[in-house]
Each structure stands twice: as C-alpha cells, then as structure tokens.
Design a protein around this ligand. Structure first.
Ligand code: NAD
Length: 329
C-alpha cells in the first residue's frame, strides 16, 4: 500500500521512519507540499494520504483525492476541524485520526505557558542576557491555592487538571460530559461560574460550531481581573479581536497561546525575512503579557512516536475495514 505524506518536516521523517519498519506493507513517500486542492492531484496512485493541522481537507480537496483513487485520509493529529467529514462520508473515503497521543505533551506545554506568562520568563531571559538584573515587570502570583478552570476535560484537559492539582490548585471544570476519572478532585461548574471563579483558565475542548469564539468580550468581562488565559487547543476558540480588547481592558495577568486564529500559513514556516501582513497577530505580540508559541503542544519525543505508531496502525485498520475508535468518517 502506498501512503503520500503531505507537509513532511524533518522530524516527521525521523519519527515515522523507524516506526514504519514495523509496517512493511506500507510504503511512504514524503513531500514538503501542504495538502490543498492544487496539491491533491499529487496523490494519484496512492492508497492513502497523511495530513496535519494546517491541511485543507475540505470538500474540493476530498473530491480530487477521491477522483485520483485515494481511499484513506490519515490525520496525524487529534483535531479534525479542517476535515469536511460529511463530504468524506459521501465519497466513501475513510478518515482516521490520532485522538489520544501523549495528552501530557500538550498539557505540560499549557502549564509551561501559564508559568511563563505569570513570571514573564521570556522577559526575564532577555533581561539577564542584556546584563539587566532588575526585576521590573516580572512580578507574578503563586499558583498554590489558586483556582484553575479547565474547559474541556477529555484526555488533555484531564492531564492539565492533574498537573494543576499537583501545584496545589483548586480545580474546577466545564464540559458537556463529566469525566468520571476526575471526580475525586474536580468540581464541575457552568461555563459562567468557571469564568468568574478561575485564576487560570485553560482551554481543552475541540473547535466546533458550539465552541467557536467561546472566549469573546462578553465572556472575558465575566472573568476575574488578573486572570491567566491559556489556549493550546484551537485558535478559533478565542475571538482574537475581542481578546485584544480584553487585554486593553487590563483583564489579564497573562495570555499564553500555542494556537491562534491566523496561524494557518505561518505555523512550522520560517517567515523571519518576510514582512508580516497580519496585523492582528502583530498586535497580540506587542503586549508584554502575551506569549505565543507555534502549535508545538504535540512536539515531544513520546508524542511523535505515538502519532507515527497510531497513524500507521490506522492505515492498516482502514485497509482491513477495521473500526478502531479513531474513525472520523
Ligand atoms: P478529547 O476529545 O479527549 O476531549 C475534548 C473534551 O472537550 C471532551 O471531554 C468533550 O466532551 C469536551 N467538549 C466538547 N464540546 C464541548 C463544549 N462545547 N464545551 C466544553 N467542553 C466540550 O480531546 P483531547 O485529546 O483532550 O484534545 C483537545 C483538543 O486539543 C483537540 O480538539 C485539539 O484541538 C487540541 N490539540 C492541540 C494540540 C497542540 O499541539 N496544541 C495537540 C493535540 C490536540
């Protein structure tokens, strides 16, 4: 079976290469190009394609893949907001994802961002490098005995809840389903109550119509002054313009974003020599209490190995008609 691997980075080849030796029936070709309608015809002659978070797996792309004979779409990520699931079902394309690779990899980054914005570690690092040993602008707060509000307590949210408990925080959560594994130490509350009680709010729900722009100015105004907001889930959970409005209202002690609305086209690319066209991200970066990372939550050794293993198992299962719980379509 042949698999075309879109938007392949060196680290993808490093993680998939050794793992693929255990899957002799799968032959992988790696290409740099991102999956989109114009690059979809490259998949002619392949049984499956492998795509990531910035791919365009919309109706047009799926139609072209189908016309070129592609039967399987293997998403090497958990989120699938960029996949037109109904179109895939209509075309009979099997789509699988990697729902549960090392949730700690993302949760640990979420806590890392929370700590970094709280104690302004990015500023402190640069100040000391510049021989400036003053503490101006670096004062943070203790997390111990503060309240962490987790929005979405699936695999990653649960890992974040456990980390927050380890810091001695009270953990409250909002989810449409309560996670029984967290019963001992997590108090479920309404979203409004979470917003008004939390000192640290961390977003871990998927991007859906119901969660799009859930962090908007109306909800930001319900938050405590001096709250820390962290988003490692999907950019469009937060309305960026309204987040900027909230930052200007001095609502936030800090904001840590591993994902943001305009990331597509930027993430995983070196744009350091280019004039940035987007003003929204530039405005966000101008604030001293905002730290942005480039969708790197998944980027640990353990997570990459797990992604490779599950993606190739998904391909074998798709070929054998096995539903394995990772199915999107
Ligand atoms: P999961 O499916 O295990 O958990 C998602 C949780 O969100 C579930 O408990 C679900 O009930 C809840 N949820 C659904 N709708 C909700 C709503 N309207 N309000 C509140 N909660 C709601 O998923 P996961 O593995 O924990 O991943 C969470 C998200 O993290 C993914 O959807 C993905 O977007 C993101 N992610 C980011 C990275 C990264 O590199 N930054 C890596 C992996 C995943």
């Amino acid at each position: 079976m042949k698999l075309l691997f879109y938007a392949a980075k060196i680290y993808d080849k490093k993680s998939f290469g050794p793992v693929s030796e255990n899957y002799p029936d799968i032959e992988i070709d790696y290409i740099d190009h991102e999956l989109e309608p114009v690059t979809a015809p490259l998949a002619k002659g392949y049984d499956g394609i492998c795509a990531f978070v910035s791919a365009n797996v919309g109706a047009e792309t799926l139609q072209i893949l189908h016309d070129e004979g592609v039967k399987y779409v293997l998403m090497r990520c958990a989120g699938f907001n960029n996949v037109d699931v109904e179109k895939a079902k209509e075309l009979g394309i099997i789509v699988k994802r990697v729902p549960g690779y090392s949730p700690e990899s993302v949760a640990e980054l979420a806590m890392g961002l929370a700590l970094a914005v709280n104690r302004r570690l990015y500023k402190a690092y640069n100040k000391v490098r510049e021989n400036d040993y003053t503490l101006k602008g670096l004062r943070g707060v203790n997390f111990f005995e503060k309240t962490a509000g987790i929005v979405g307590t699936g695999k990653i949210g649960a890992a974040m809840a456990r980390i927050c408990r380890g810091f001695g925080m009270k953990v409250i959560a909002y989810d449409v389903y309560e996670n029984p594994d967290l019963k001992e130490f997590v108090e479920y509350v309404s979203l409004d109550e979470l917003l008004s009680r939390s000192d640290l709010i961390s977003l871990h729900c998927p991007l859906l119509d119901s969660t799009y722009h859930m962090i908007n100015i109306e909800n930001i105004k319900k938050m405590k002054d001096g709250v820390i907001l962290v988003n490692t889930s999907r950019g469009a959970l937060v309305d960026t313009d309204e987040l900027i409005e909230g930052i200007r209202l001095n609502k936030f002690l800090g904001v840590g974003l591993d994902v943001y609305e305009e990331e597509t086209g930027y993430v995983y690319e070196d744009k350091s020599d280019e004039i940035m066209q987007s003003s929204v991200t530039a405005r966000l970066l101008s604030f001293p209490n905002v730290m942005i990372t480039s969708h790197q939550g998944f980027y640990t050794l353990e997570a990459l190995e797990s992604i490779a293993e599950t993606t190739l198992t998904n391909m074998m299962d798709a070929a054998n008609g096995v539903k394995n719980g990772n199915d999107i379509a």
